[in-house]
Design a protein around this ligand. Sequence first.
Ligand code: FES
Length: 147
Amino acid sequence: MAGAAAWTSWDFLQPVAGQAGGPIATVAPDVVPTESVLEVPAMRGYLTEAAGEVVPLYWKCPHLGCKVPWCESSGQFECPCHGSVFNRIGEYRRGPAPRGMDKYEFEVIDGVIVPDTSKIIRGAPAGTAETIDEPPRGPECIDPTLE
Ligand code: FES
């Protein structure tokens, strides 16, 4: 229920302000989750891992810019503004977003993941096949009919 309250907070419904840009030191690669995500507010995004590779995602929805929250119960990102849905590594699933979530370029420096928030890699266009086999694992956090 606490999660549901968070979904309706005004914070999630606001467009994300302009990106400051620059390298942000985060965490060591071995603490990045492989079946969930780690939210890192300093980089305005999330860290996750797939096939042994760190994936640093920008939380701004590629539709109209709302922050896209992670839904732990479904194991996917679900935008509360107009219902775009993305898998754990930000690949497009459904909704009005034109592409998957954007990612940051990053380096590992002295054992720490350092995404560069000024260097954004655009997500793949909607309709591109997903590269991980992780269907929704439970109830979604948003109304599935939301658009
Ligand atoms: S801003 Fe995310 S679906 Fe519209």
